[in-house]
Design a binder for this molecule. Structure first.
Ligand SMILES: [Zn+2]
Length: 436
């Protein structure tokens, strides 16, 4: 059987039906490039990064940002249980696959207020190392939603306790919010500047807290002083996390983008975009010859109602108009590279990104999906002629209970199966198991 390279396929519409489908691994050597299941998962979040922010960075760079030309990309609809989303609810949606009210950090609200398992915890349970890198307070809403549970994003004691006493990510790099003494007490090696980080023995380090500012880290535009750049924190985190035996999960956030956009400060926003791009490039450099790594780049919402009106060339800030000082409801983007990138495509919701990340760690992607009628989901898989498959489906990707959908024989190099009973399902996952 031929194992296909990750293929992009359309998702069936935000909030309506997000189908994941893949070809179960088997035999024969495939044609390059082929990605394995993702052992290493890296998620970049540009806080407040809409599509026009990407355009603005592109204009200043005079070239596409490193992730813009990746083959897998999607439009992402934002919005929380409160309507217009904040960073806490958006990060919770990405981290847990569940929509919550604004301000909520990975607990079920609406719901029973119980803790929602995050992807960081899920991967930690699989033996992976984990890390959080941010330019925000370490206890900021975005990193918090991946490694803590709190009724409010402002419960910093609860969030700190979640990090240090419970989830204990291997890497905590960012600004303040955690007391250095408390981190040291909890067994973390504590760093306070870029020189200290550069001197870190990444081969032996296991739990490191880089506390590079008292509050949020400075804007790139204003100069970082002794603090490291986002790309330096990313590279250093990868050097530590990459030593784990079972891969890792890393979340990297640029939060200055959101702050600069609230202030409608174009030069700061543009420099944050360049810094964000450099950080993604650092991850790409780390992963470039690997087949076991997924890099996903997205935002949590758009900030500023930004419109780029004029490209003033490389090295110059583009002409822009700001139409808001708050968050807006416009769609944002997601770009994916590497193992399982094919799970990103079409129009997605933030919650779908969670499922795509989990699925990328479990299966290779290799299926084209289309909707024939409102209840008919048609899937075309790649295979070899004469191969027999049992296609199975489940509603839950984290704890799947696979139900058989049918047995199909590939007539040529593809086979198609239709799920005619999709009904009102909001998401469903499929796999094709090769039969002897
Ligand atoms: Zn904001």
């Amino acid at each position: 059987m031929r194992i296909p390279s990750p293929s992009r396929f359309p998702w069936s519409g935000r909030g309506i039906l997000a189908a994941l489908a893949w070809l179960a691994p088997a035999g024969l050597a495939p044609a390059a490039p082929v990605f394995d299941r993702a052992a290493n998962l890296i998620v970049f979040i540009g806080d407040g990064m809409g599509l026009e922010h990407v355009v603005a960075g592109h204009c200043h760079k005079g070239a596409p940002l490193c992730f813009e030309e990746w083959p897998a990309s999607a439009l992402v609809g934002t919005g929380s249980a409160s309507g217009l989303t904040d960073s806490a609810a958006a990060a919770t949606a990405i981290a847990t696959g569940v929509q919550v009210y604004n301000g909520v950090v990975s607990v079920a609200d609406p719901g029973d207020s119980g803790d929602l398992q995050t992807v960081l915890e899920y991967f930690q349970g699989k033996g992976k190392r984990t890390g959080l890198v941010t330019t925000d307070y370490l206890t900021g809403a975005t990193p918090a939603a991946f490694a803590a549970h709190a009724a409010s994003r402002y419960d910093t004691d609860v969030i700190t306790n979640g990090y240090l006493a419970r989830t204990r990510p291997n890497i905590l790099y960012g600004g303040g919010g955690i007391d250095a003494a408390a981190a040291a007490e909890a067994g973390y090696q504590v760093l306070s500047n870029s020189a200290g980080m550069a001197a870190l023995d990444t081969a032996s380090a296991t739990n490191v807290c880089g506390r590079f500012a008292d509050g949020a880290m400075p804007y790139e535009y204003d100069g970082l002083g002794e603090a490291p750049h986002l790309w330096e924190m990313t590279s250093n985190a990868l050097a530590v996390l990459g030593n784990g035996p079972a891969g890792f999960f890393l979340m990297v956030e640029d939060s200055g983008l959101d702050l600069a956009s609230h202030a409608n400060h174009t030069p700061r926003m543009v420099q944050e975009m360049r810094a964000f791009d450099a950080a993604v490039q650092a991850a790409l450099d780390w992963a470039t010859n690997r087949t076991d790594t997924l890099i996903l780049v997205t935002g949590d919402h758009e900030t500023g109602g930004l419109v780029v009106t004029n490209d003033n060339g490389a090295g110059a800030d583009p002409g822009v108009e700001w139409t808001s000082t708050g968050h807006t409801a416009v769609d944002i983007g997601c770009w994916a590279w590497g193992a399982g990138a094919g799970y990103v495509g079409g129009a997605m919701a933030h919650t779908n990104l969670h499922h795509a990340i989990v699925a990328a760690s479990l299966f290779q992607s290799g299926c084209e999906v289309s909707i024939d009628t409102p209840t008919n989901l048609s899937m075309t898989w790649r295979a070899s002629s004469g191969e027999v498959f049992r296609v199975e489906t489940t509603d839950d990707i984290v704890s799947p209970a696979w139900q058989p959908l049918g047995v199909v024989t590939a007539a040529a190099d593809t086979f198609t199966i239709i799920d005619s009973d999709v009904g009102t399902a909001t998401q469903r996952f499929y796999r094709a198991v090769s039969l002897p």
